[in-house]
Design a protein around this ligand. Structure first.
Ligand code: FE2
Ligand code: FE2
Length: 501
């Protein structure tokens, strides 16, 4: 974004803005390369489905061709659905994993009858769980529906465990209902026990529908046939719960369950932070509350923001005494250092933090937030000191006083950058009245916008405005009635003090 456009954007900022329009996600608006990749995926998927069902294919040419056309049409629709609505599948590993997971129910429908396994055990619920947890409920329900269609097309006559016939549409209804029940419960799973509860609900739905289709067909409802529904739901939930780390690794996602486990303050890195850098630890806890509330205000991943805030300054444990919030009785450690050296020590905390996080195998989403939480912002305090000490004799290279970046790439990283900046600066307010807090927050956010720190994340101006309102609300409640904080020598530099000195 060029400077004039950025200025316009910052000028408009603060005005009441309408809610953002929902992003266009129809496949017609998908970029050409993604569309082509999606179609290639669809054709390959159709070929795999056809190969899996070769043994069951009709021997007459016309029926075989008709079936092939139906399979190709559904697989193409399936791939277009995924490229339109699921943009987080980016790596080839994730694409292959989506293909393999999608093939599971089709392969099961093709081969279960061969081995005498009841078709009510086709793992559609498993697919719904994997997609629901890794992506979204919408993706899980849409994918399950189309895969159910595919199962229905590939089956001509099916039989369940009791060897009595059941219509393909009835089987599709049972499988889809179980999958939808699982998918709808995947939205806010924060504990493994809830995953199992959702599995149980899916089990009950499937068992009830199996009984219904049996009654409809005028067949006896045996406990064995109904228990197949229970097995399908419960086993799927147990499998997903056990394989969660593997699913997260393959699809490169971080589930709420993992995030909640990371929010435990007994995590080795957080314990180390609390012991070696107590000031930073305290700042991180407050930031966790601020960032989570701001994330909720714009519908971002609030739990990711809370956990990201806990770990964002973890790199400061390497040299905690060089950061103002950890200065003890000994005072500033930067007195004898050159501004360049001080900046090097301060800006290293994002890189050190990312390395520590990698060693502890934290999710990539958290590592990205650690790396991006200062963007490429200027460490103004030391930059100004460098200019002062040069007395205008030589030009000071501004790039030496910048954080290494990258700038925030996600909405969550953008919110964390803003919340971190305002929380740090708020400590300089001697008399934090609501209006002073609001003014300071507005100025800081405007400055970040003008500096282009939010250009690469997908925050809209309306969202930034809502984040500002949330931060003002949270800070006002945090600072209300607080004992006056010792005023720093230079109030304007308080924000940089958090990052150094
Ligand atoms: Fe930081
Ligand atoms: Fe911070």
């Amino acid at each position: 974004m060029n400077n004039s456009r950025r200025k316009k954007k910052a000028k408009r900022f603060g005005a009441e803005r309408p809610a953002p329009q929902e992003a266009r996600t129809l496949w017609l608006h998908v970029d050409a390369r993604r569309l082509v990749n999606g179609l290639i995926f669809g054709f390959l998927f159709a070929a795999c489905v056809a190969a899996l069902n070769y043994h069951a294919a009709s021997k007459t040419l016309s029926v075989g061709v008709s079936n092939g056309i139906l399979i190709l049409a559904i697989c193409t629709l399936y791939s277009l659905y995924l490229v339109s609505f699921e943009r987080s599948v980016k790596t080839s590993r994730a694409v292959i994993a989506v293909g393999v997971v999608s093939l599971l129910p089709v392969a099961a429908a093709a081969w279960f009858p061969v081995f005498g396994i009841p078709l009510f055990l086709v793992p559609m619920t498993l697919v719904a769980f994997v997609f629901g947890i890794s992506f979204s409920e919408r993706t899980a329900i849409g994918a399950s529906f189309m895969l159910c269609l595919l199962v229905g097309v590939c089956l001509r006559t099916v039989s369940d465990g009791s060897q009595s016939e059941v219509a393909p549409t009835d089987l599709m209804a049972v499988l889809f209902a179980g999958a939808a029940a699982a998918a709808l419960g995947c939205g806010n799973i924060r504990k493994r026990s809830k995953l199992l509860k959702v599995g149980l609900i899916s089990s009950i739905v499937q068992a009830a529908l199996i009984a219904a289709v049996k009654l409809k067909a005028g067949q006896p409802v045996s406990p064995w046939v109904c228990s197949l529904g229970f097995i399908n739901g419960a086993v799927s939930a147990a499998l997903v719960s056990a394989a969660l780390p593997m699913i997260e690794s393959i699809f490169m996602v971080t589930t709420d369950i993992s995030l909640l486990e990371l929010s435990d303050q007994n995590h080795p890195l957080l314990r180390r932070l609390s012991l070696e850098a107590p000031g930073t630890y305290h700042h991180s806890l407050i930031l966790g509350n601020l960032a989570e509330a701001a994330g909720e205000a714009i519908g971002a991943n609030a739990l990711l923001l809370r956990v990201g805030a806990y770990f964002h300054d973890i790199g400061k444990v390497v040299k905690p005494e060089y950061f103002v919030e950890n200065e003890g009785m000994q005072g500033s450690m930067h007195g004898d250092l050159s501004p360049t050296m001080s900046t090097l020590i301060i800006t290293a905390h994002t890189k050190d933090g990312a390395e520590l996080a990698r060693e502890q195998k934290l999710p990539n989403a958290i590592i990205d937030m650690i790396r991006q939480h200062h963007g490429s912002s200027l460490v103004e305090y030391f930059y100004r000191r460098a200019i002062e000490s040069s007395d205008g004799k030589k030009k000071v290279d501004q790039s030496l006083f910048r954080h290494p970046g990258p700038n925030p790439q996600t909405r969550e990283a953008g919110v964390l950058l803003l919340a971190d900046s305002v929380e740090s600066a708020s400590r300089s307010l001697p008399d934090p009245t609501p209006s002073r807090i609001a003014r300071q927050v507005h100025e800081i956010i405007n400055r970040k916008l003008m500096a282009g720190q939010l250009d690469e994340c997908e925050l809209t101006l309306a969202e930034v405005h809502r984040v500002e309102q949330s931060l003002v609300r949270s800070l006002t409640s945090v600072l209300h009635g607080r004992i006056k904080y010792p005023e720093p020598e230079d109030r304007e530099t308080a924000e940089e003090e958090h990052n150094g000195r």
